[in-house]
Design a protein around this ligand. Sequence first.
Ligand SMILES: NC(=O)c1ccc[n+]([C@@H]2O[C@H](COP(=O)([O-])OP(=O)(O)OC[C@H]3O[C@@H](n4cnc5c(N)ncnc54)[C@H](OP(=O)(O)O)[C@@H]3O)[C@@H](O)[C@H]2O)c1
Length: 313
Amino acid sequence: MAVAFKPRNLLIFGATGAIGSFITRSIVSARSEFERIAVFTSPPAAGSSKAAKLDELKAKGVDVIYGSIENEKEVSEAYKGIDTVVSALGRTAILHQIPLIKLAAASGSVKWFFPSEYGTDIKYNESSAHEKPHQGKLKVRAYLEEDPEVRCSGLAYTYVVTGPYADMYYAFSGPEEAGGFDVKAKRAVLVERNNRVSLTTMKDTGDFVLAALRHPETALNKALRVNSFTTTPGEILAEFEGQTGGAPWTDVKETSLTRIRELEKESDHVVVILRRIWAEGGTLYEKRDNDLIGNPQTDTLQESVAEYIRENS
Ligand SMILES: NC(=O)c1ccc[n+]([C@@H]2O[C@H](COP(=O)([O-])OP(=O)(O)OC[C@H]3O[C@@H](n4cnc5c(N)ncnc54)[C@H](OP(=O)(O)O)[C@@H]3O)[C@@H](O)[C@H]2O)c1
C-alpha cells in the first residue's frame, strides 16, 4: 500500500465492549481527523447501558450500524466506503474475525485491519506458539499474513500489543493465589514480588490505537509492543500502601513461579496461565515501540493506582 495512505473512514467492531469503549472514546476524541467513524454492533436491549453508550456516540457524530458479525451481507454493506477496520471483539469472538478479514480483503475499500489483540505478546518467544490463550489470535495473524487472497488484496494489519491492563492486573480475577490487590481489605497476593512486569492502562490502550492510526507510515504491517510503565508487584504494593494511609498492608501473601506453574497444572485457568507468562517476563522488551507512533502521553503507576483506588473503594 502507498505510504501516503491516511485512514479517513473507520469502522469499529466491539465498540461498547470492555476495551472497545476506551478505544472508541480515544478515536472519537479526534473526531475531526476522520471523515467518518462508524461502529458495527448487535442491537442493544432498550434501556441498557449499551444503548446509552451508543446514544452518546451518535451525539458525537458516530454512525451506529446494527447487525450481526455472522451476517456476511450486513458486514459487506457496513464496509462500503470504509478504509480502516478496528476490531475489539471479545475473547470468544476472536475466530469470527477470519470471515470479517476475508470480507475486508474482498471489499475493495478496506486497506487496514486492526484485529482484536490489546494484550499479551502472542509471539514473545518460541514457547508463545504453545500457550493456550494465544491460539485464536495466532490463527488470525496467520490468516492476515499468509492467506493468498488477503495478501493479494494488499490489506495491511497492525497488532497493538499492550501486555496486561493495569486496571485488570490489580484486581483478583482468578484463583486467589494468582494474585491481586484488594483496596477495601488492604490485602494483596503478589506473584514474584520483584519480577518486572509492563502494564498498560485501558485509557492508554485506546490512546495507543489512536496513535497508531495517526502513524500509518510506521504502524502498517507491524506488531506494536507498547506499554504505559514497567514495575514490580512489590512496587505496586508500596504504591497502594502509600495511597491508602501509608501503613504497610498486613495481609500480604506471595506466590512463587514454581507454585503458579503447579497451579496451572491443577486448574488450567486462563488467568493463571497469563499471570505465569507475565511473571516469567513475557511483557518485557529491550525497547518498547511507543516512540514509533509519536510517544503518546501515558499514565504513571501512581496515576493508575489512584484511579483504581477511586473505582474500588
Ligand atoms: N490486556 C488485558 O489485560 C486484556 C484483558 C481483557 C481482554 N483483553 C483483550 O481485549 C480484546 C477485547 O476483549 P474485551 O474483554 O474488551 O471484549 P468484550 O467486552 O468481552 O467483548 C467486546 C465485544 O465483542 C462483541 N462480540 C460479538 N460477538 C461476541 C461473542 N461471541 N463473544 C464475545 N464478544 C462478542 C460484542 O460487541 P457487540 O455488543 O457490538 O455485539 C462485545 O461488546 C480481546 O482481544 C481480549 O483478549 C486484554
